[in-house]
Write a protein that binds this ligand. Structure first.
Ligand code: MF3
Ligand code: CO
Ligand code: CO
Length: 279
């Protein structure tokens, strides 16, 4: 083999050797399981079903539908696609999807109450496809939204966008939270502290935690192969919340509207790839 050819070959090998080293280091230091190319394929498959489920729900959202009916849609469609709903029985969660209405921040439990014109509802789904997880959510309008609903949904959507744009090797987890917090608070809204994004793929919730607030340059450096969610919960009023005696439903203390969008994101060699590509 001539020298040039050998050099080209070595260049191809070196990054993968580095990857193995970093993979071991991240496992030891942070308990983060970096994903290999062959892990990404099935996670993407779960991600595509996640998008299909969210689209199905979106088609059916209108005044009068109950959150239990959303739950049935999600559960039946998931099963039809040979998948399981991760939320069902997760730490005692009783349903297949979280439906969080108006001032519910997250983890709303589907029930027999009907959605009304002007409500907002976050629908958060996590199918398990052949053992792999993808997690995403969207806040949807029910009928015609008012001014406040439009504002909080637009801000939460933009927070997710700005957070995801920080995802690239060399940036840190803190860069994501910083970008989100800066924008949300600049818009006069607030960022929920108690719930954070998380590693995902092999399990529902893996390390690391991904706060939606923080400081530039703080926290774990992002490296290729990390898969985690970005899922900012943004309140129109103050960030404080309380959890109902069902031990799940989180509500804003001040009764203000709360909205959330969530994506599962992969760190690539030069940026990010969204594995649950909705919109
Ligand atoms: N899907 C939520 C998240 O984004 C977690 C819901 S836990 C459940 O992490 F048990 F309520 F489903
Ligand atoms: Co999540
Ligand atoms: Co989720």
């Amino acid at each position: 083999m001539n020298y040039k050819k050998l050099k080209r070959k070595l260049r191809k090998i070196a990054p993968s050797r580095d990857f193995k080293k970093i993979k071991d280091k991240y496992a030891k230091l942070y308990k983060i399981r970096l994903k290999e190319k062959e892990d990404i394929i099935p996670i993407k498959k779960a991600g595509r079903l996640t998008v299909d489920i969210l689209n199905l729900v979106e088609e059916h959202i209108k005044p009068g539908i109950t959150t239990d009916e959303i739950n049935t849609l999600v559960e039946e469609f998931t099963r039809k696609n040979n998948a399981l709903s991760a939320p069902l029985n997760y730490r005692g969660f009783p349903k297949s999807v979280c439906t969080s209405v108006n001032s519910v921040v997250c983890h709303g439990i589907p029930d027999d109450r009907a959605l009304k014109d002007g409500d907002i509802v976050n629908v958060d789904v996590t199918p398990i496809v052949h053992g792999y997880f993808a997690d995403a959510s969207k806040t949807l309008f029910v009928g015609t939204p008012g001014k406040e609903a439009q504002k909080i949904v637009a801000v939460a959507k933009q927070c997710l966008r700005l957070g995801v744009l920080e995802v690239k090797p060399g940036n840190t987890i803190g860069d994501i939270g910083h970008a989100i917090q800066r924008y949300a608070e600049g818009q006069g809204c607030s960022v929920v502290r108690e719930y954070v994004g998380h590693g995902v793929g092999f399990e529902f919730h893996e390390p690391p935690q991904v706060p939606h607030f923080g400081q530039k340059g703080q926290g774990i450096p992002l490296v290729p192969g990390m898969v985690f969610t970005v899922e900012p919960m943004i309140n129109l009023g103050k960030h404080n919340l309380h959890v109902l005696s069902d031990n799940w439903t989180a509500l804003t203390d001040d009764g203000s509207l709360s909205a959330q969008f969530e994506q599962t994101v992969l760190v690539t060699d030069n940026g990010f790839e969204i594995l649950t590509p909705f919109d």
